[in-house]
Every structure is written in structure tokens, then in C-alpha cells.
Design a protein around this ligand. Sequence first.
Ligand SMILES: NC(=O)c1ccc[n+]([C@@H]2O[C@H](COP(=O)([O-])OP(=O)(O)OC[C@H]3O[C@@H](n4cnc5c(N)ncnc54)[C@H](OP(=O)(O)O)[C@@H]3O)[C@@H](O)[C@H]2O)c1
Length: 279
Amino acid sequence: MLFLEGVPKLAAVTGWPLTYTRSPILHNYWCARYGIDGLYLRLPLAPEHFERGIRALQALGFAGLNVTIPHKEAAFALVDRHGASAQRAGSVNTLVFEPDGQIRGECTDGLGYLDSLREAGVTLPRKALVLGAGGASRAVCAALLDAGCTLALANRTRSRAENIVAALGNGDVIDWSGWTDCLAEFDLLVNTTSLGMAGQEGHDWASCLTKADKALVVSDIVYMPLETPLLAAARARGLKGVDGLGMLINQARPGFDAWFGVYPEADPVLRARLVETLE
Ligand SMILES: NC(=O)c1ccc[n+]([C@@H]2O[C@H](COP(=O)([O-])OP(=O)(O)OC[C@H]3O[C@@H](n4cnc5c(N)ncnc54)[C@H](OP(=O)(O)O)[C@@H]3O)[C@@H](O)[C@H]2O)c1
């Protein structure tokens, strides 16, 4: 909602190339819902202009930004202060321009992930198996560990899983070729690999789940498609599945609060609006 008198609060998402992002739908929906004179923009920024671009937006009075691929490392290096979430995740997806001129960096992916489980009615698991050790995995692993879960990690490239466990100071690494055999030990399976994304559908998830306990919760942070092949295989076995859209919505809430001053709800109307964009 733009009120036209006064100066709206401004925030944005930046990345390169930022051809499509759902973040403006989320934040502008919340501005309208809470009657906030605010605007959230999509501002692609080439890597060579990243730092100058961020400082220019700070000078223009923006409240902060989300940063996405390929700027998360540059954002981590740029900020004056790392929030606890950024330290643990080793990355920054949210920049907050503080009144004292400092830039604070946070990573809200882990909190967003835990909130998505709660929203789906899943109680915190005792023992979680995380598949994948890319950019999103460490935030999810840190959040699960810090919430009190026992954690194991399996990744095609084992050394990347070992690096995450070493950085977080906790967790076991299981061979990519062996995780299906010990699946019965876990009550949560999380896919943070890109397997299952549009174009990467070929994995035989049904065979992977044959040793799953019937109480296993299966969650996939991939949200395009919403019903991933893993979730379809889980539901076919009668297992509870949690899709990745909840994480996408919930990771945006702390940033909105920091910039616009309201901790927003992840309501069903917003979710339905986002689902339309995935279909
Ligand atoms: N729901 C949300 O809010 C949210 C947030 C962030 C990310 N995501 C989604 O999460 C997924 C991963 O994102 P990311 O940023 O972490 O990606 P990334 O850094 O590129 O990591 C990709 C991961 O997938 C693994 N992988 C890729 N192809 C594979 C294959 N054929 N077989 C086995 N493993 C394979 C990689 O293993 P290697 O290490 O062996 O290469 C790595 O662990 C994407 O689909 C992204 O859209 C969702």
C-alpha cells in the first residue's frame, strides 16, 4: 500500500541474474495486510557492483535487503555485525541497515525451516537425517542442532558434509550410498539437495524409503514443484510430508519485522497466492 504523502519504508531483494523471485509477493502482501506504507522491490545487482549498490541503497534510506545467489558470501563479508543466525549458518540472506549506520547480517533460513515444521504440525524430531550439504543445508542443520535434535548428514560429495559437521561442531556423516540402509533410525528426513527440482526428477525415491519407519516425517525444501518426487513417494507409503513453501514464507518473516516493524503471519491466503505462481 503506497500512501503517497511521506516517504514509504523501502526494502528489496537483490541477486544476479534475478530473473524471478517470489519475495516481492510476500512482503508487499504483508505491507497491504498490515496497512504499512512500505514497498519491497526487486533490484538485480551484478556482482561487480554489489558493495557500491548496497551502500547506495543504505544512503537512500532503505531499511534493508534480502540477498540471494550469488551474493550471500559477499554479503557475509560486507556486514559490520553478524547476528547469531548468520554466524551459525555461515551465510547471510538478510541485511538490516541499523540506525547507527552499521549493517547487520542474518540468515533466516534455519528459523524459517523450523517454523515450517511447526506450521505443518510436526513436533521437533529427536533424530534428523539431512540430505545435501549445499548453501541451504548448513542453516537447516544448525537450526535442527540448536533446537536439540541429533543430526546426521549425507551428501554426494562427502567432504562437504564433513565441512558442515566440523563448522557446527556436532553431527555424524553417513555415506551417500548408505543412508537408505539406516533410515529406520531417524524420525525426520530432510532433502536439501536440488534433486527433485524441475529438471532433476529422475531419482528413485520410492526405493530409498523402503526401510523408513511409519512415523518418519519427510520434508523437502525444494518447492518447485511443490509436490516433489520425494514427497509423492513419501505420501504413497503413508508417511507425512512437509513441502518447501512453508520455509520460503517463514524465512521472510524476521526480515519483514526488522524493516517494517511487524512480525507477520504466514496466513493461508498468502500461501494460496504463492501456490498460484508455482502452477
Ligand atoms: N524452501 C526454501 O525456502 C529454500 C531455501 C533455499 C534453498 N531451497 C532449495 O534447496 C535446493 C538446494 O539449494 P542450495 O542453495 O543448497 O543448492 P546448492 O548449494 O547448489 O547445493 C546443491 C546440493 O544438491 C546436491 N546435488 C545436486 N545434484 C545432485 C545429484 N544429482 N545427486 C545427489 N546430490 C545432488 C549437491 O551435492 P554435491 O555437494 O555433491 O554437489 C548439494 O548438496 C534448491 O532446490 C533450492 O531451490 C529452498
